[in-house]
Ligand binder design. Structure first.
Ligand code: FES
Length: 331
């Protein structure tokens, strides 16, 4: 079947990189340094960016780059082995070896620093530290003052400890250990009670941590709070009940073609089958790679990445559904 590449979704060129170094960073966490096999420069990235890594058996996973964006000779990711996860981190820990060649995407960024920020608070829960570490490097390089709060179970769970402790000139580092009891950890509500002037907040971590940060910052001015989920949160049972099952139609504005999206399939899948390629990555509403503009209809968004402003015009083709009979797509 011929494929059509239209709208914002275009195929990206993947890179073949060599695994130059694997390091134990903390309990269950390894870092992986990826470089060009011939020693060339890599495509630049900005703080908060991630890459897709293609593993055996067609598994594709996204990992934040955690090194300094000023570095052009390497990408560094850190991966927590998640025994209860979907298998990507285990496959990576178990199969990736130094000198292996891996296929990765070019860096993409849905979690960018705010150029207007005069001060930044970086709030990391566990492995959520990875994009924030890259941000700390960028803020240090540009002289923007920042606080970096790293919440972990204990000191043995802290990745990159030596690097992080190597005195930031513009940043203050705080570790918070809860020893398995959130009540003994950082008082997030207390930290975020007062929103500083021109201060921006960035946070990333596991589900409970994300919820606590969202609640604690709900009164901050619009546009000053930024976050990235690394896993789709579990919807509460009430939300599951509210999700209308069933199929709906999508219409391609440029051709008038009408396609049915059955209950068990995504818009991206249906478009792909019809020969319209929509680039996807996380397939879970986390990365916005698949976002496409819609012109008419009511969208049940179900993603964790678009903000309220974007939701009036865009949807994510991997998870969005319709609450109206038909969505007209700007394709
Ligand atoms: S592929 Fe990541 S949001 Fe759709």
């Amino acid at each position: 079947m011929n494929q059509t590449f239209i709208g914002v979704s275009r195929p990206q060129t993947n890179l073949l990189l060599v695994v130059r170094q694997i390091r134990y960073e903390a309990s269950g966490i390894n870092s992986y340094e990826l470089t060009d096999p011939e020693g060339g420069e890599l495509a630049p990235f900005t703080a908060g960016a991630h890459i897709d890594i293609h593993l055996a058996n067609g598994i594709v996973r996204q990992y934040s780059l955690c090194n300094s964006p000023m570095e052009r000779h390497r990408y560094v990711i850190a991966v927590l082995r998640d025994e209860k996860g979907r298998g990507g981190s285990k496959a990576l820990h178990d199969s990736l070896r130094v000198q292996d060649i891996v296929t990765v995407s070019a860096p993409r960024n849905n979690f960018k620093l705010a150029p207007a920020a005069k001060k930044v608070i970086l709030l990391a829960g566990g492995i959520g530290m990875t994009p924030l570490k890259s941000m700390a490097h960028a803020l240090e390089a540009t002289g923007v003052p920042f606080e970096l709060h790293y919440c972990a179970r204990n000191a043995g769970c802290v990745a990159f400890r030596e690097q992080l402790e190597s005195s930031w000139e513009h940043g203050k580092l705080h570790f918070h250990f809860d020893h398995g009891d959130p009540a003994r950890g950082l008082d997030i509500a207390g930290l975020l009670r007062t929103a500083g002037e021109d201060t921006h907040l960035f946070y990333c971590g596991p589900g409970g941590f994300m919820k606590a940060c969202a609640e604690a910052s709900s009164h901050w001015p619009a546009g000053t709070v930024h976050f990235e989920h690394f896993k789709a949160p579990e919807p509460p049972p009430a939300a599951l009940d509210a999700i209308a099952p069933g199929s709906f139609m999508v219409k391609i504005a440029s051709t008038g073609a009408l396609l049915e999206v059955p209950a068990e399939r995504s818009i991206a899948d249906v478009l792909e089958e019809a020969g319209v390629h929509i680039e996807t990555s996380c397939q879970a509403g986390l990365c916005a790679t698949c976002k496409i503009r819609f012109l008419e209809g009511e969208v049940d968004h179900r993603d964790y990445i678009l903000d309220d402003g974007e939701r009036g015009q865009w949807l994510t083709a991997c998870v969005s559904r319709a609450t109206s009979g038909t969505l007209v797509l700007d394709l």
